[in-house]
Design a protein around this ligand. Structure first.
Ligand code: NAP
Length: 305
């Protein structure tokens, strides 16, 4: 029988990915939404979380699609009400608050899943397998996209806790931390912060192990979500955000679509709830925190939406 789930925060990602993924899954029934402004046709809608938690004890799972800053209070309330919780990426605005959520989930004996949708991209497991028998000599991440296109009207990305360009950049880091045979750490970072913003619009990172990353939110035209690896036994690239793998310049498998990522996240959540497990991985967020701690900041032109 399908498990009942509620979506909290009916914004861009909820509409683009969560609602279709749930509708297509026999494992889930979208039983409620919680949103101040929106809803999903045919689904009971609530304006606030407390009212939902009181009214629908039968909905045992809550998926939080809010931006990082308001997410913590919602996650805390849902866990304290004994619900299983699935968190959009990044799982919180700080490392400390996610550690607290993990503690609350353990105490309540419920599932907490810090999702990383890019890890579910089609070619990520193939890349992990390919790297597992090789030594990475150097690698470069190029994650350049147009913030005006992908985050229209979303002021929170430039507010404290909004992550700025690390909002997409953390997707690359979620892949990196999953596929590298050995962990790496940030050794330096340069952060470009628009004069009217609190978070970076671009960042260049260096890691141990010869790895570097170039994140930029000012790219118009072609968008780039690539990772290139040189190893002791050949060259491998991930393209389209981990959805295609290229070896020695030839495309081996995958496709230019993120269509499989959210169905895979919900399949994993179903598994975690069924087995009473938790999955909390903060490795991608540790890199972002380290870049923000170590970063050399420079003020750049104000951002014009
Ligand atoms: P969004 O559309 O700006 O916000 C999602 C919803 O959160 C809003 O519609 C709003 O819902 C609710 N919300 C916003 N601020 C709130 C506040 N202060 N208090 C309570 N509720 C608030 O953002 P999004 O693009 O969907 O992103 C949400 C999360 O998904 C982010 O962590 C992002 O990194 C992740 N994500 C986004 C994308 C993407 O393409 N945009 C892709 C992958 C992952 P109501 O007005 O309905 O209450």
């Amino acid at each position: 029988m399908a498990r009942r789930i509620a979506l909290v925060g009916v914004g861009k990602i909820a509409r683009d990915q969560h609602v279709p993924a749930l509708a297509a899954s026999p494992e889930w029934e979208l039983a409620a939404t919680v949103s101040r402004n929106a809803g999903v046709e045919g689904v009971e809608g609530f304006r606030d979380l407390e009212t939902f938690l009181d009214a629908r004890p039968d909905v045992e799972v809550v998926s939080l699609c809010l931006p990082p800053v308001p997410r913590f209070a919602h996650a805390q309330a849902a866990l304290e009400a004994g619900r299983h919780v699935m968190l959009e990426k990044p799982p919180g605005a700080t490392l400390g608050e996610v550690a607290e959520l993990e503690r609350l989930a353990r105490e309540a004996g419920v599932t907490l899943y810090t999702t990383w949708h890019s890890r579910m991209a089609r070619a990520v497991e193939a890349a992990r397998d390919w790297l597992s028998t090789r030594t990475v000599m150097c690698a470069h991440i190029t994650w350049r996209e147009d913030v005006r296109h992908w985050h229209p009207g979303q002021h929170w990305v430039f507010e404290p806790g909004g992550f700025g360009v690390f909002d997409p950049g953390i997707n690359a880091l979620s892949i990196l931390t999953h596929i590298l045979p050995e962990p790496v750490h940030v050794t330096s970072a340069e952060l470009d912060i628009p004069a009217n913003c609190f978070t970076p619009i671009a960042a260049r990172l260096s890691f141990s192990g010869g790895i570097s990353a170039d994140f930029d939110w000012r790219q118009e035209g072609e968008q780039t979500w690539d990772m290139d690896f040189d190893t002791d036994d050949g060259q491998m690239s991930l393209r389209h955000g981990g959805n295609e793998i290229w070896i020695e310049g030839e495309r081996v498998t995958g496709s230019d679509s993120i269509g499989g990522e959210y169905p895979a996240l919900y399949a994993r959540m179903a598994e975690l709830v069924a087995t009473g497990a938790r999955e909390v991985d903060l490795a991608p967020m540790v890199h972002v925190a380290d870049a923000l701690m170590l970063g050399r900041r420079q003020v750049v032109a104000p951002f014009v939406p």
